[in-house]
Design a protein around this ligand. Structure first.
Ligand SMILES: Nc1ncnc2c1ncn2[C@@H]1O[C@H](COP(=O)(O)OP(=O)(O)OP(=O)(O)O)[C@@H](O)[C@H]1O
Ligand SMILES: [Mg+2]
Length: 252
């Protein structure tokens, strides 16, 4: 089966500052990764190691300077109809993806309305209600505004918004990091359940090894833009190959 995400030898550099202070920072160095259909690849590493940059390349938001990134068999940066609704993201702060002035139902419906133009209003409404129920929210939530919800409920709404188009690939970037531990566990459980039901492949970016352990099938460890180690979750937690991985685990 074709992987849902295939990155080979991806390099991304940023330049910052001006004049003599101008500096070039290599945020991704020859990154090679694969996510199989229905599987989750956890990306771990300290702050600034290049995790979110990897996520934005996978989402097609940033083009690699060199190397290739393919999502669902197509170049990630291709934003055509073929990938519309097929690739989604869940980010750390729901208020970035949920418009505070829009009712929840409108935000959840939006990607569906864009991806499947043929659906009637009534069909869209039904899909929204079904999706809200799938993420453990009742239908009446559609009428509420984001500020009327708890952080956990808002993140459930973000998950509903991402999943309503039945994407083949999702990037979760620190998707549970802002939540209380007990709420985190519920959301991680929910992601697992929905993945089993829908079969999407996922990139699960987090600096939290505990969260990654719960959802990831495989793990890539990043350090200063490089993937140091890429292995099964089980192996990573029992016998990490790299010295840096052992230090990450020891800090847990
Ligand atoms: N738009 C940008 N312009 C300049 N430098 C950037 C930009 N985005 C990221 N960087 C730099 O690239 C490096 C990798 O950043 P990235 O956001 O990918 O790290 P991260 O692993 O997601 O970190 P965190 O755990 O803090 O979210 C960092 O040094 C960061 O400062
Ligand atoms: Mg990040």
């Amino acid at each position: 089966m074709t992987p849902v995400l295939k990155m080979s030898e991806v390099n991304v550099a940023f330049t910052s500052g001006w004049g003599r202070r101008r500096a070039r920072l290599q945020a991704m160095k020859n990154v090679t990764l694969e996510v199989a259909a229905g599987q989750t690849l956890g990306v771990v590493g300290e702050s600034g190691s290049g995790k979110s940059t990897t996520g934005s390349v996978a989402l097609g938001l940033r083009r690699p300077d060199s190397g290739t990134a393919e999502v669902l068999g197509r170049p990630a940066a291709e934003r055509g109809r073929a990938l519309r609704g097929r690739v989604q993201a869940v980010l750390q702060h729901p208020h970035w993806s949920l418009n505070p002035r829009r009712r929840v139902g409108v935000s959840v419906r939006e990607p569906l309305a864009v991806a499947e133009r043929g659906l009637s209003r009534e069909e869209q409404r039904e899909r929204v209600v079904r999706m809200l129920e799938q993420v453990g929210l009742d239908a009446a939530t559609a009428e509420r505004y984001p500020h009327e919800l708890s952080g956990g409920q808002r993140q459930r709404v973000s998950v509903a918004r991402a999943l309503i188009t039945e994407p083949g690939f999702i990037v979760f970037d620190e998707a549970v990091s802002a939540l209380d531990v007990s709420v985190q566990l519920q959301i991680l459980e929910l992601i697992r359940e929905l993945q089993a039901a829908q079969g999407f492949g996922a990139l699960f970016i987090s600096h939290d090894l505990g969260a990654v352990q719960r959802v990831a099938d495989t793990i890539a460890v990043m350090y200063r833009g490089e993937v140091l180690e890429s292995t099964s979750t089980e192996e990573f937690f029992t016998e990490p190959a790299h010295e840096y991985s052992r230090r990450l685990l020891a800090a847990l």
